[in-house]
Design a protein around this ligand. Structure first.
Ligand code: GDP
Ligand code: IMO
Ligand code: MG
Length: 477
C-alpha cells in the first residue's frame, strides 16, 4: 500500500530533525519474533482534549489492564460506541471493555466523592462486572483544596491558569509539601485524624491570610472521608504490584495520560499549566513501574489545536475558521463546559511534544472537522522579534509574541459522519486526496509515523494503521 510506505518512511529521520528510525527499529532487537508489546503509554501531545478517551478505548480492545497515572477530575475523557457515550473524569477509559482491569495509579489525585459518583453512573449504564484497583498511595482531594484553588486563582490576576476549580493544584502542592492525605489513609482512623489535624490547622491560617474566614470541621470531614474510604476499600491496594505482576506475565498494559504535554508543569506553557506531569515519563512514576518497562509511546493530537483556560496559543483563530472548528468539532469542555479556544495545527509545539515524550507514533484525531475549509494552515516555525524560530520557547512572553509561519495546504470537502465511517472501513487511500496529503505532510515534518487516524467520535470512525506499522517482530498481541 502506497500510503503505508509513506507513513513508514516518516520513521526515517528527515535531515537533522529526529531519529525515529531508532524509535521504530531498535525495538526490533528488544523483542523476539512474535512477542507482544506489553506496556504502551498514551499521552496528550497538545493542551489536552485531544481525544485520548477515544484512542484509549480503541486500543483497549487488545489490552488487559488500563491505568490512569496523572491528574484528577480536571480530566474529561469521552468514549462513544454504538449509541452509548461515557465521560470519565477519574476512571480509566478502558473500564468499559469487558475483561479489562482498570487501575487508578499513585500519580492521580482523587476526589472520592467524584469517584463514587462516577462508579454509580457507570453501574447505572449497565457496566457492572468491572475490576478496579485504586492505588493506596494516590493523594486525596479534600474540601479545603477546592476552596484554596478558588482563592488562589482570584489573587493571581493575569497569571491565573483558569483552572477547573477541582482543587488539583492545591492537592499536588500538599503532596510535595508532605502533608497530603492518601487513599490508604482513608482506611486508618488514627492516621487520618492526625494528618487532618495538621492539614486543617495549616488551611485555616491560609484561608485567613487570603481574607476568607472559613472553618473546616475536623470531625465532620474525618467521618465523611472514613465512610468514603470504607466504600472504596475493596478497590484500594498496592497497584504497583498489580502492574508489575502483569508485566512479568507479559500481559498488555495501557497507561492513560490525562491533560497534555503543553499543560505539563515542566514542559508546558508554565505557569499556564496543570499541576501534574502529563508527559510519557510520568507514566512510569505515576503507576509505579520502571521506565524501561515502557515499550511504546503514542501521542494523541488533533488535526488542529484547542486550548481551554488561559495562556499563550500562537496559532489561535478568533475568526470564522476558529468558529468552524468549535462548532463542527463541538469544542466545549467535557469537565467545565467552557468553549475551547481553537486554532491551526502547530508543528513547533508538536515537535516539542515528540521530544519530551519520546513519541514513537502519533494518533491523529478529528481530521473530519477540517472538512469544508478551502485552505488549511499548519505552523512550521514562529517569528519572534523578526527571527525565525523552530523550537518551542520556554519564555511565556516570547511565546505570546510568536507569530506563526504557516505552510498552506489544500482543504477537502465536508462529509457526513456516515461518509467518514465508510472511509474508515475502506482505509486510508479512500480519504480525500488533500486529506491524505495533509497527513503525509504532518508525519513527514515531524519524522514520526501516524499509526491511527480518527474521523469521528465513535470506534467505527477510525483508521487503524498499527498492524502495518508494527509488523514483523513488533506484532501486536
Ligand atoms: P480527551 O480529554 O483527550 O479524552 O478528549 P475529550 O473527550 O475531552 O474531547 C474530545 C472530543 O472530541 C470528545 O467529544 C470526543 O467524542 C470527540 N472526538 C474524538 N475523536 C474525534 C474525531 O476524530 N472526530 C470528531 N468529530 N470528534 C472526535
Ligand atoms: P483532559 O485529560 C484540557 C487546564 C485547565 C487550566 C489548566 C489548569 O480532558 O485532556 P487545573 O484544574 O488542572 O489546575 O487547571 O489546565 N486543564 C485541561 N485542559 N483538558 C484537560 O484534561 C485539562 N485538565 C486541566 O483548563 O487551563
Ligand atoms: Mg478532555
Amino acid at each position: 500500500m502506497k500510503f503505508i510506505k509513506l507513513f513508514l518512511s516518516a520513521a526515517v529521520p528527515a535531515g537533522p530533525r529526529r531519529g525515529s528510525l531508532t524509535n521504530v527499529y531498535l525495538r526490533t532487537f528488544r523483542f523476539g519474533p512474535g512477542e507482544p508489546m506489553s506496556v504502551e503509554v498514551i499521552v496528550g501531545a497538545q493542551w489536552g482534549d485531544e481525544g485520548k478517551g477515544k484512542v484509549v478505548d480503541f486500543y483497549s480492545e487488545t489490552a488487559e489492564l488500563v491505568a490512569r497515572f496523572n491528574g484528577g477530575d480536571n480530566a474529561g475523557h469521552t468514549i462513544k460506541f454504538r449509541d452509548r457515550e461515557f465521560k470519565f473524569h477519574l476512571l480509566p477509559s478502558g473500564i468499559v471493555r469487558r475483561g479489562v482491569t482498570a487501575v487508578i495509579g499513585n500519580g492521580v489525585v482523587i476526589n472520592p466523592e467524584v469517584l463514587l459518583r462516577e462508579l454509580r453512573e457507570l453501574e447505572a449504564k449497565g457496566i457492572r462486572n468491572f475490576r478496579l484497583f485504586i492505588s493506596e498511595r494516590a493523594q486525596v482531594i479534600m474540601p479545603y483544596h477546592i476552596v484554596q484553588d478558588e482563592l488562589e486563582e482570584a489573587v493571581k490576576g493575569g497569571l491565573k491558569a483558569g483552572t477547573t476549580k477541582r482543587g488539583i493544584g492545591p492537592a499536588y502542592s500538599d503532596k510535595v509539601g508532605r502533608f497530603g492525605i492518601t487513599m490508604g489513609d482513608l482506611l486508618d482512623r488514627e492516621l487520618l485524624q492526625s494528618k487532618l489535624e495538621l492539614a486543617i490547622a495549616i488551611k485555616r491560617n491560609l484561608t485567613a491570610a487570603y481574607g476568607r474566614k472559613q472553618d473546616f470541621p475536623l470531625r465532620k470531614i474525618l467521618e465523611s472521608y472514613l465512610a468514603m474510604g470504607a466504600r472504596l476499600k475493596k478497590h484500594i491496594r498496592n497497584t504497583s504490584t498489580v502492574l508489575n505482576q502483569a508485566i512479568a506475565q507479559k500481559r498488555s498494559i495501557l497507561l492513560e495520560g490525562a491533560q497534555g504535554t503543553l499543560l505539563d508543569p515542566d514542559h508546558g506553557t508554565y505557569p499556564y499549566v496543570t499541576s501534574s506531569n502529563a508527559v510519557a515519563g510520568a507514566g512510569a512514576i505515576g503507576s509505579g513501574i520502571g521506565p524501561r518497562a515502557i515499550d511504546w509511546v503514542v501521542g494523541v493530537s488533533k488535526a488542529y489545536t484547542t486550548r481551554v483556560g488561559q495562556g499563550p496559543f500562537p496559532t489561535e483563530l478568533t475568526d470564522s475558521i476558529g468558529d468552524h472548528m468549535r462548532e463542527v468539532g463541538r469544542e466545549f469542555g467535557t469537565t467545565t463546559g467552557r468553549p475551547r479556544r481553537c486554532g491551526w495545527l502547530d508543528l513547533v509545539a508538536l515537535s516539542h511534544a515528540v521530544d519530551v515524550n519520546g513519541l514513537d507514533a502519533l494518533a491523529l484525531t478529528k481530521l473530519d472537522v477540517l472538512g469544508g475549509l478551502r485552505r488549511i494552515n499548519v505552523a512550521v516555525a514562529y517569528k519572534i522579534d523578526g527571527e525565525k524560530v523552530h523550537t518551542f520557547p520556554a519564555n511565556i512572553n516570547m511565546l505570546a509574541a510568536a507569530e506563526p509561519v504557516y505552510k498552506e495546504l489544500d482543504g477537502w470537502e465536508a462529509l457526513k459522519p456516515a461518509e467518514w465511517t465508510a472511509i474508515s472501513r475502506r482505509g486510508l487511500s479512500h480519504l480525500p486526496s488533500a486529506a491524505q496529503e495533509y497527513l503525509e505532510f504532518v508525519c513527514g515534518e515531524l519524522g514520526v509515523p501516524i499509526e491511527l487516524v480518527s474521523l469521528g467520535p465513535s470506534r467505527e470512525a477510525t483508521i487503524d494503521l498499527r498492524d502495518e506499522l508494527r509488523e514483523g517482530p513488533l506484532q501486536r498481541p
